[in-house]
Ligand binder design. Structure first.
Ligand SMILES: C[S@@+](CC[C@H](N)C(=O)[O-])C[C@H]1O[C@@H](n2cnc3c(N)ncnc32)[C@H](O)[C@@H]1O
Length: 218
């Protein structure tokens, strides 16, 4: 059984539509590929963790990770908590204005979250996240590649349904920024940036950015 299916198996008391949502999410987003970029130990923050699927995968696959999964939508945290507790996973509802609460992390994830915020807020959130990295830590941003026209059109149609029509995701709309803009923001935070396309075999144009904080010398 793969990591995502194991994590789905750790939920209990789900409605049929919640179980279906997790199944679709696990098939439509390369979550295991995202996990592979996360350090195997240390303090991990998943901002906008939603249903908690990725956070469960991260915590269950590496006991040396301490995973804090937060979301501003209390319904999502309620959903994420439906399941057996995992010792190294904390799920919290937090004010989006103060996601880090002054804590520091080895890795901060923003997986399909930034596009819900207007560009100026995306940038501020990245800057706040960068200030909350421990030396040598990393920010992982999973976004969509706006250069891939057909795939991004499909993604926008789906997001319109999710946000505007059925209200499944909390957000003002969608604000995908071009990859060059995202790279510039991360580099502006003093991070060394890698860009990894991870959309092969998927209908969505999944794109990963890894922003690496320099290790302090001396
Ligand atoms: C599309 S879901 C992605 C959930 C999860 N990261 C995943 O990959 O499955 C976007 C999540 O971002 C959350 N969100 C919306 N605005 C946010 C903000 N300002 N700060 C943090 N999270 C936010 C939503 O509540 C939602 O759970």
């Amino acid at each position: 059984m793969n990591l995502a299916d194991q994590a789905i198996g750790s939920y209990s008391g789900l409605t049929l539509s919640e179980r279906f949502y997790l199944w679709v999410r696990s098939r439509s987003c390369p979550l295991e590929r995202v996990c592979a970029e996360v350090p195997a130990s240390g303090r991990i923050l998943d901002i906008g963790a939603g249903s908690g699927l990725l956070a469960r995968m991260l915590a269950a696959s590496a006991p040396q990770r301490l995973v804090l999964a937060i979301d501003p939508d209390p319904r999502k945290i309620q959903f994420a908590r439906k399941g057996s507790p995992i010792a190294n996973l904390i799920l919290e509802h937090r004010d989006p204005a103060r996601p880090m609460l002054g804590e520091s992390f080895d890795c901060i994830l923003l997986v399909d979250v930034l596009y819900l915020l207007p560009p100026s807020e995306q940038r501020s959130l990245l800057e706040a996240a960068a200030r909350s990295l421990l030396a040598g830590g990393r920010i992982i941003v999973k976004t969509m590649d706006t250069r891939k026209r057909a795939k991004i059109t499909w993604d926008r149609a789906q997001e319109y349904t999710s946000i505007r029509l059925i209200g499944l995701t909390k957000g003002l709309g969608t604000f995908h920024v071009a990859p060059d803009v995202m790279r510039g923001w991360l580099e502006g935070c003093g991070l060394a940036v890698r860009e990894i396309p991870i959309d092969r075999g998927f209908v969505h144009p999944h794109l990963l950015f890894i922003g690496q904080h320099p290790v302090a010398v001396g």
